[in-house]
Design a protein around this ligand. Structure first.
Ligand code: AMP
Length: 187
């Protein structure tokens, strides 16, 4: 059973690392970015709304995102196996809503893994990735949004004494190993 949040700037490798841990330990990987991109692809009402924010590198409104997570965390696989949250929470309001949800479900959070990567490296990685929302202007906005709205969560979880910082530059395997250590996994 693993219950963890992956925190960090866009391009830190949250998705890559979350995917690896999820596969290896058979834990549901919940990425709000993936859920939103799927909705955009399917052209649902949610997708249409989300796209207008994603295209600009802005955050999709809290109530929409919180609703998605609430629904997902109530599924039986999460109760059985836990979760790896990737890209959520991204605002203080989302973090507080998550606390409330987990309390109601009697599922305390084990750890928050903060993947830290230097700004220059982030821009380099995002430009190389070439996703639709990875143009230079949108990247710059996403970094600004991260600093203003998401970075304060580092202190929020640090005060709860569940934050573990991992430097996200280097060999992917080595970074995975460090995360496993912090999660108390054998590797
Ligand atoms: P990501 O794949 O995590 O980089 O997310 C891509 C985009 O989806 C972000 O730039 C936001 O527009 C939106 N998004 C993903 N997760 C959230 C969230 N927790 N809160 C608000 N917007 C989100």
């Amino acid at each position: 059973m693993i219950r963890v949040v992956f925190l960090g700037p866009p391009g830190a490798g949250k998705g890559t690392q979350a995917e690896r841990i999820a596969r290896k330990y058979n834990v549901p990987h919940i990425s709000t970015g993936d859920i939103l991109r799927e909705a955009v692809k399917e052209g649902t009402e949610l997708g249409k709304i989300a796209k207008s924010y994603m295209d600009k590198g802005e955050l999709v409104p809290d109530d929409i995102i919180i609703g998605i997570i609430k629904e997902r965390l109530s599924q039986p696989d999460v109760k059985e196996r836990g979760f790896i949250l990737d890209g959520f929470p991204r605002t203080l309001a989302q973090a507080e809503a998550l606390d409330k949800m987990l309390e109601d479900l009697s599922m305390p959070l084990d750890r928050v893994i903060y993947l830290n990567v230097d700004d220059e490296e982030i821009v380099k990685r995002l430009l190389a990735r070439g996703r639709a929302d990875d143009t230079e202007e949108v990247i710059r906005n996403r970094l600004r949004v991260y600093r203003e709205q998401t970075a304060p969560l580092i202190d929020y979880y640090s005060e709860k004494c569940i934050l573990a910082e991992v430097y996200g530059v280097g060999e992917i395997d080595e970074i995975t190993k460090k995360i496993e250590e912090f999660l108390g996994l054998e590797g």
